[in-house]
Ligand binder design. Sequence first.
Ligand code: NI
Length: 167
Amino acid sequence: MSLLNILQYPDPRLRTKAKPVSEFGQSLRTLTEDMLETMYQAPGIGLAATQVDVHQRIIVIDVSDARDAPYILVNPELTLIGNRFDAEEGCLSVPGYYETVERVEKIAVSAFNVDGTEQIFDAEGLLAVCIQHECDHLEGKLFVDYLSGLKRNRIRKKLLKQQKLSA
Ligand code: NI
């Protein structure tokens, strides 16, 4: 397994719309293992392929305290079925910032497993928020897009400055 480089906002590659996965083979398996390792090491609770510059519809998530309940969702589709509420979010591509974003508290999820098996389940709470956040990445959307332009611009400038300092 190997650690992957996580793109940081405002990298324009984070705006790429991901394409559906059509091949379920060893390369998909390796990619998802690397994504999980990268997410655990960061540490984070979710990672979309977009964030590691792979523009395919794949997300990995683990919201468990023990970090032993990973979800690998390939070509995920969501149906929003709950009420809207305010969720606190952060993102490995926007390090150091946590903001309130409006999400839906319950969703129905349909996706494929890494071996191509279909999985259908309902999710709520943190898991539902995390899946909505990661699916946004696949559309080239980030949680900062929900903030005011002023706030987003402030975060953008601060991150650009940090990236220059560490380059
Ligand atoms: Ni994110």
